[in-house]
Design a protein around this ligand. Structure first.
Ligand code: PRP
Ligand code: URA
Length: 239
């Protein structure tokens, strides 16, 4: 195992999600396996392929939490034994996944595994390393009203890092043209900094934020502390 970790074994109690100072619209997921893979992500010695695999594993927990309020509908199903009632995701509720390129791609794959009928609108944002301002280089949203009743849609933005919040706000600014209700938008991340959460909530107080961990702060150059470094570069070997 490639690692720069030192080990001390202890048993910690498990609760599915931690409370935050931000109320019930900010959810921090908790699970022993999530903690394990988050620690691999933080380890600077974790190679690219394993980094991507751990992003996907943490994303499983984050997406479970992010989708737990999806509306369902009752349906009858015939098992090999008898008829019974089941529930499916409500068929009249459109689902949309918005992966933020590049680092959001792996999370987008996980979201699509769970919601294979969702539409996927890719948005490419690049944060300027000096100013920390995001710029848009790709936008694959359909024309407004073209395909679905957006007022009923549930939309999931996936990006592993919520740092200053600039990229998240820019993504929602783009998406808001569609007319999805703010309370039906969830921002799902692997890590979040308090600065990013606060900035996002200032602009969009009614969205839900689900994250794998709430970190301490940003450093002077806008990186999350303790963080995991540059998620896009570590995912795709462009460090
Ligand atoms: C990273 C990350 C977010 C953004 C977060 O992307 O994936 O999109 O930074 O930072 P912010 O909250 O301060 O805006 P980056 O711009 O590095 O692009 P990449 O995914 O192509 O590496
Ligand atoms: N983007 C990253 O990839 N990492 C950070 O810590 C902050 C922004």
């Amino acid at each position: 195992m490639n690692t720069t970790m030192s080990m001390t074994t202890m048993s910690t109690p498990y609760t599915p999600s931690a409370s935050t100072p931000y109320g019930d619209k900010v959810i921090v997921c908790q699970h022993p396996l999530l903690a394990h893979h988050l620690t691999l992500l933080r380890d600077q010695a974790t190679p690219c392929a394993e980094f991507r695999a751990s992003i996907k594993r943490v994303a499983q927990f984050v997406m479970m939490e992010a989708t737990k309020l999806l509306p369902t509908a009752a349906t009858m199903v015939e098992t090999p034994i008898c008829k019974t009632q089941g529930r499916t995701i409500a068929p009249d509720v459109p689902l949309i996944i918005v992966p933020i390129l590049r680092a959001g791609l792996m999370m987008g794959d996980i979201a699509l595994d769970w919601m294979p009928h969702a539409s996927v609108y890719h948005v490419g944002l690049q944060r300027d390393e000096e100013t920390l301002e995001p710029s848009t280089y790709y936008n694959k949203l359909p024309a407004q009203g073209e395909r679905m009743d957006y007022s009923r849609a549930r939309l999931f933005i996936v990006d592993p890092m919520l740092a200053t919040g600039g990229s998240a706000v820019a993504a929602i600014n783009i998406i808001s043209k569609l007319g999805v209700a703010e309370e039906h938008i969830t921002f799902a991340s692997i890590l979040a900094a308090p600065e990013g959460i606060e900035q996002l909530r200032r602009h969009y107080p009614n969205i839900t934020i689900v994250t794998g961990a709430l970190d301490e702060k940003l450093n002077q150059v806008g990186y999350i502390v303790p963080g995991l470094g540059d998620a896009g570069d570590r995912s795709f070997g462009t460090l």
